[in-house]
Design a protein around this ligand. Structure first.
Ligand code: GTP
Length: 168
């Protein structure tokens, strides 16, 4: 089988939306309700196989707390893809997600692929998914609603983005 092609992927979003939980669910298949806020950023890798090739996802899970905001460019620069995460129960986190998109567009790689994740669908959904879907449609972003807790759509959220990476 061919050697996996490295692709850099970054998770961005307000603190406590569940970025670390999504990565731990995706890579290590577990959920911990008492994750600590990320400091700086955490790095994990995962190989994802497609019929004709494999990718080595180099996943940077960034810290959402505002005090770490100035570090974010270190992680999103040179990234092939970004997963911008909000919490479906938290309206502010959706506003913050749109701010992250603006920052990526003004400061990130012009070719970066962006998808939006609405996490915590096991809780009350307060952010209107119709609004998010139309925003994503206008911008050409993918949109996946997930629960890291119940393992709903987590694999899909990563693979939906990964399958859009160019490999030639
Ligand atoms: P920062 O590292 O500060 O940026 O936070 P984060 O976005 O990485 O959030 P984290 O994964 O640490 O999760 C914050 C809290 O939300 C933790 O208590 C998680 O257990 C909880 N959480 C994460 N995902 C879900 C989910 O899908 N459902 C529910 N109910 N809780 C979740």
């Amino acid at each position: 089988k061919n050697i996996p092609i490295p692709k850099k992927l970054v998770l961005l979003g307000e603190s406590s939306v569940g970025k670390t939980s999504l990565v731990l669910r995706y890579v290590n298949h577990f959920f911990d309700s008492r994750t600590e806020p990320t400091i700086g950023a955490t790095y994990l890798t995962k190989t994802i196989d497609f019929p004709k090739y494999s990718l080595r996802l180099q996943i940077w899970d960034t810290a959402g707390q505002e005090r770490y905001h100035s570090l974010a460019p270190l992680y999103y620069r040179g990234a092939h893809g970004a997963l911008v995460v909000y919490d479906v129960e938290n309206l502010d986190s959706w506003e913050r997600a749109k701010e992250w998109v603006k920052e990526l567009k003004s400061n990130g790689d012009p070719n970066i692929l962006i998808d939006i994740i609405g996490n915590k669908t096991d809780l009350d959904i307060r952010v209107d998914p119709v609004e998010v879907a139309s925003y994503c449609e206008e911008n050409g972003f993918g949109f996946t609603e997930t629960s890291a807790k119940t393992d709903s759509n987590v694999d899909e959220a990563f693979s939906n983005l990964a399958k859009k990476f160019k490999v030639d």
